[in-house]
Every structure is written in C-alpha cells, then in structure tokens.
Ligand binder design. Structure first.
Ligand SMILES: NC(=O)c1ccc[n+]([C@@H]2O[C@H](COP(=O)([O-])OP(=O)(O)OC[C@H]3O[C@@H](n4cnc5c(N)ncnc54)[C@H](OP(=O)(O)O)[C@@H]3O)[C@@H](O)[C@H]2O)c1
Length: 273
C-alpha cells in the first residue's frame, strides 16, 4: 500500500461496526491511512468511502473471516510483510452469554478461535514486523470482564483475560525494541456485540453503558499517555496500580521448593481408646 502520510497505516480488525469502526474514524482523523478488516465487505467499502470523503485518507478493504485459516493467514502475511503498517488495532471479537453447562460448544469454540487464536497470530505477525523496524503500536481489545469473571459467560471472560495477560507479557517482550503495547478494557459499550450475543442492551442499567465514541476517545487518550492498560471507566488509576501491586506482591511466593506450612499435613491424632 502506498503511504500518503507520516503516520503510516493502521490495520484495524473488526472495523465494520462498533468499536473498530470508531477507531477507523478517529485514526483517519489523526492522519493514518487504514487497512480495514472484517467479513462484511460492503460495510467496509462504505466506511472507506466515507473516510475518504471526510478526511482524505486512503483505506484498503481486506475482507476476511478471521476464524478461517486461509483468511487469517492472508491478514497475518500482510501484517508481517507490509513495512508501511505502523499500528495494529487487534479488535475483532464476539461475545456469548450463558453458562458452560449445556452451552453451544461449537459457538464457544468459534469465539476462542476469534478472540484468542486470531488475536495471538495477528499480534505475533505485527510484532515481528514492528520489532524489525524498532517501532510500532499494538492495541489489543480486552474487557473489564477479564477482571470480573463472575459477571458473565466464563469462556468470554477467559478469552479477555487471555488478551490482558498476553498484552502484559508482550509489553515486557517488545518495549525494549521500541514497540508500544496498549491493552484496552472497555466496560459495557453500546455496540452490536450485545444483540449478536442474544442480549438486549436495553436490559443493562444505563449508568453502566458507555457510548462507543466516548470509549474509543478515552482509549486514545490513554494511548497518547502511553498507558499499558487503559480502563476507560475507571475514575482513579491508583485502584489499578494497587491491584497490580497486590498481584506483584505474590511474586516471590508463587513458586517455591516446599509447600507452604499451611498445607503441611497435620499428623492424624492417634486414636483415643
Ligand atoms: N461492546 C462492549 O460492551 C465491549 C466490552 C468490552 C470489550 N469489547 C470488545 O471490543 C471488541 C469489538 O467489539 P464491538 O463491541 O465493537 O462489537 P461489534 O460491534 O459486534 O463488532 C465486532 C467486529 O468484529 C468483526 N468480526 C466478528 N466476527 C468476525 C470474524 N469471524 N472475522 C472477522 N471479523 C469478525 C465484526 O465484523 P463482521 O461481522 O463484518 O465480520 C465487527 O466489525 C471485541 O473484541 C469485544 O470483545 C466490547
């Protein structure tokens, strides 16, 4: 892709609706050219035309089902080989509600394919390209449910906890090479994801539901501040820092030669006659 600006090209997965579409709008306004990835080609073309008219930036549409091996491989290849790509917004995802017992395992498996496998492969492909150039930005979309597994379908929250952990580890791996990693943990945000999961968004308390523009704009403020973890609705960053400090405090005791004294078997009292 020919680069028309000094920002380079941002590749956004799941750009056809919701959070991804607003990232496309905001990054276009920041002067990025775009590669727009999703399954719905006509919606991506429509977005590309609107962004061209509104901002003058160029978008390329890459229609792909990221749960299909061949499609995923094409997007990976693009991320690995296109030196104009300076940012990946690893955003495409689906949700599913309900319990695991009696759940639709094919559907849950497809969710893992998209939310975990595709996210991992795309992050690796982009990171390989960025490390070679000593620069690049990787944004991964997690969820606050990564921190609150009791509140939703366990598989969905587990996929998002995976994205959080992957991002924390990738930051450690990539930051010495000049690659910026950000993981965004939105709370409930008004997008099509809810209806697609069979959940009526109107059933959520209005005070818990953020508009998608508000969410993405806050996430981009976090990006500009070079935050590793951005939780748009969290008022006090000290709360996240305290949580991280408590986690790290466990560190020295998480792996030791001997079991903790509290697990030492108490010898059975000898039978009293
Ligand atoms: N909305 C929330 O409350 C919320 C909260 C926390 C985190 N998130 C996360 O934010 C991300 C974006 O979600 P959203 O709320 O914007 O949902 P959305 O409006 O449903 O958008 C999801 C996007 O992913 C794409 N997608 C779905 N399946 C795909 C597949 N197999 N291959 C390629 N693309 C696919 C969809 O496009 P096509 O259908 O055209 O393929 C769409 O562009 C997700 O990772 C989600 O987990 C959302």
């Amino acid at each position: 892709m020919n680069q028309h600006n000094d920002k380079g090209v941002a590749l956004i997965t799941g750009a056809s609706s919701g959070i991804g579409a607003i990232y496309a709008d905001r990054l276009a306004r920041r002067g990025y050219d775009l590669v727009l990835v999703a399954r719905d080609g006509p919606r991506l073309e429509e977005l590309a035309a609107r962004l061209l008219a509104d901002t003058g930036i160029t978008s390329q549409v890459l229609r792909a089902d990221l749960t299909e091996e061949a499609d995923l491989a094409r997007v990976e290849q693009r991320l690995r080989s296109d030196a104009t790509i300076t940012m990946l917004v690893n955003n495409a995802g689906v949700a599913a509600g309900g319990p695991l017992v009696g759940g639709d395992l094919d559907r849950l498996g497809a969710m893992i394919d998209l939310n975990v496998v595709a996210v991992t492969r795309l992050a690796s492909a982009a990171a390989t390209n960025f490390v070679a150039r000593g620069a690049g930005i990787l944004i991964n979309l997690s969820s606050v449910l990564a921190l609150a597994p009791e509140q939703f379908n366990g598989v969905y929250s587990a996929t998002k906890a995976y994205v959080l952990n992957l991002s924390l580890s990738l930051h450690q791996e990539l930051s010495p090479s000049g690659v910026q990693v950000q993981v965004v943990l939105p709370g409930a945000t008004r997008t099509a994801i809810w209806a697609r999961a069979g959940i009526d968004v109107a059933s959520l308390p209005a005070s818990m539901l953020m508009e998608v523009e508000e969410m993405v704009d806050a996430a981009l403020v976090g990006l500009d501040r070079r935050e590793l973890v951005t939780i748009p609705s969290l008022p006090d960053s000290a709360d996240w820092e305290a949580y991280t400090a408590a986690r790290l405090h466990l560190g020295p005791n998480l792996s030791r030669q001997l079991a903790a004294d509290r697990y030492k078997a108490v010898p059975h009292a000898t039978a009293v006659a």
